[in-house]
Write a protein that binds this ligand. Structure first.
Ligand code: ARG
Length: 457
């Protein structure tokens, strides 16, 4: 395809290092769509005659059918998906195939194909995250009243509801979806027609090809068009952030499934056994979601490092942009699906959660707040009084609500029997009605709002 001035062919290692077809064959659909839009525009502009354009289009359709049926042939000599397709086109329709590449370079071609691919990838991720969001809402609603210990420092802090905890992840996923949507909006400009780097002297219509491929507009600078990979990095950064969220949830499932916690029973379908310890049920799917986040972050890092020192415009280093994006996308897709399945099928052991919420002096803050409210005591002093009550309960080996009134009164005479009503975990969560708080009615309101937002999309 480019050997006119060369006397000798490439060394075999050159052939191998140079070829991207083993991985960029995944761009075939986008490559054919881009070529069809390009040749239709060339014909309309009178740059290629109608008959040749028709032969090219029919040839491309036939190649698409062949790829669909048999896959893309991997021929290292032909380097990449663009050349594999063009050379097959030449076999099918003869010399007219050579007219397709008029006013185009592989540099704008690959930039266009890859943008189209990443755009499709974002749409796939969005569909997956929509399913995950819906599942979080379903399980959160089911457990809007279920009390569990809330933690800071992984120490029992204050009671919360399981529904509230699950809705925290719903918020993260909502932001992830908006990051992908932002990335999609930014990438939706078409580089086709930037040619190798400087634009072209042919009277092409870049607005026509951009519209035909569903882009909002053509890109505005030819050098930037062929050397920008921000769109791929935007995708990888959004994927990294999303995978970090999935990994945190996975980590919680792993902790929660451990015997000392016992907050959840992970379903058989997402667990594995041990070949030596018959009692084992290991949270492998969750561990792999946690592990995949590291690999996705690695992919993002790889492309950042590839791009950071490249002068304008195209350099072959940029061929290395695809493997990390493909890898991250596959890992993210699996992670979203596995996490959605786990959330759908996990058994929450709400009795166990409630028991632990009731046992860690988790309502100490409620006692202090009551002293502030009912006794008009400054919070710092109330905190100190409550600390003494906790110490008394700890010494007696009982919970705060089990301390006799005389003991509490001995600590501070302003305490009276009304205190017992605020020391239960249910009273504690029900009282936290501030916007975004854990009270069951607040959680239900947020779930309803989220369902409403989803309908509006
Ligand atoms: N396979 C190449 C890539 O993925 C296509 C662009 C080749 N351009 C070039 N000037 N050698 O980046």
């Amino acid at each position: 395809m480019w050997g006119g001035r060369f006397a000798a062919g490439p060394a075999s290692v050159m052939r191998e290092i140079n070829a991207s077809i083993p991985f960029d064959k995944r761009l075939w659909k986008q490559d054919i769509a881009g070529s069809k839009a390009h040749v239709a525009m060339l014909a309309k502009q009178g740059i290629v005659d109608g008959e040749d354009a028709q032969a090219i289009t029919e040839g491309l359709n036939r190649i698409a059918a062949e790829y669909e049926a048999d896959g893309v042939p991997v021929d290292l000599d032909l380097e990449d998906i663009h050349m594999v397709t063009e050379s097959r086109l030449a076999e099918l329709i003869g010399p007219a195939a050579g007219r397709l590449h008029t006013a185009r370079s592989r540099n704008d071609q690959v930039a266009t194909d890859f943008r189209l691919w990443v755009r499709d990838a974002i749409d796939e991720v969005e569909a997956g995250l929509q399913g995950l969001s819906a599942m979080l809402l379903t399980r959160a609603e089911e457990h809007a009243d279920a009390v569990m210990p809330g933690f800071t420092h992984l120490q029992s802090a204050q009671p919360v509801t399981l529904g509230h905890h699950l809705m925290a992840y719903h918020e993260m996923v909502r932001r992830d979806r908006s990051r992908f949507a932002d990335a999609r909006a930014r990438l939706n400009e078409c580089p086709l027609g930037a040619a190798a780097l400087a634009g072209t002297g042919f009277p092409i219509d870049r607005h026509a090809t951009a519209a035909a491929l569903g882009f909002a507009k053509p890109t505005d600078n030819s050098l930037d068009s062929v050397s920008d990979r921000d769109f791929a990095l935007d995708y990888l950064m959004a994927a990294t952030q999303c995978s970090l969220h999935l990994s945190r949830l996975a980590e919680e499932f792993i902790i929660w499934a451990s015997q000392p916690f016992g907050f959840v029973k992970l379903p058989d379908a997402y667990s594995t056994g041990s070949s030596i310890m018959p009692q084992k049920r290991n949270p492998d799917a969750a561990e792999l979601v946690r592990g995949h986040a590291g690999r996705i972050m690695g992919c993002m890092n790889a492309l950042c490092v590839t791009m950071k020192g490249l002068p304008l415009a195209y350099s072959k280093d940029m061929q290395d942009d695809k493997p990390p994006v493909f890898e991250a996308h596959d890992l993210l897709g699996l992670s979203i699906a596995a996490m959605t399945g786990m959330i759908e099928t996990v058994t929450f052991r709400t009795d166990r959660m409630r028991g632990l919420a009731e046992s860690g002096f988790a309502t100490a803050t409620d006692l202090a707040d009551w002293l502030v409210r009912e006794g008009d005591i400054p919070f710092r002093e109330a905190h100190h009084i409550t600390g003494r009550a906790v110490a008394a309960a700890e010494a007696a080996g009982v919970q705060l609500a089990d301390l006799p009134l005389e003991t509490l009164k001995a600590i501070d005479a302003r305490i009276d029997e009304r205190i017992y009503a605020v020391l239960t975990v249910d009273a504690s969560v029900a009282s936290r009605r501030s916007h975004g708080g854990t009270a069951p009615d607040q959680v239900r309101a947020r779930i309803a709002e989220a369902r409403n937002d989803a309908k509006g999309q």
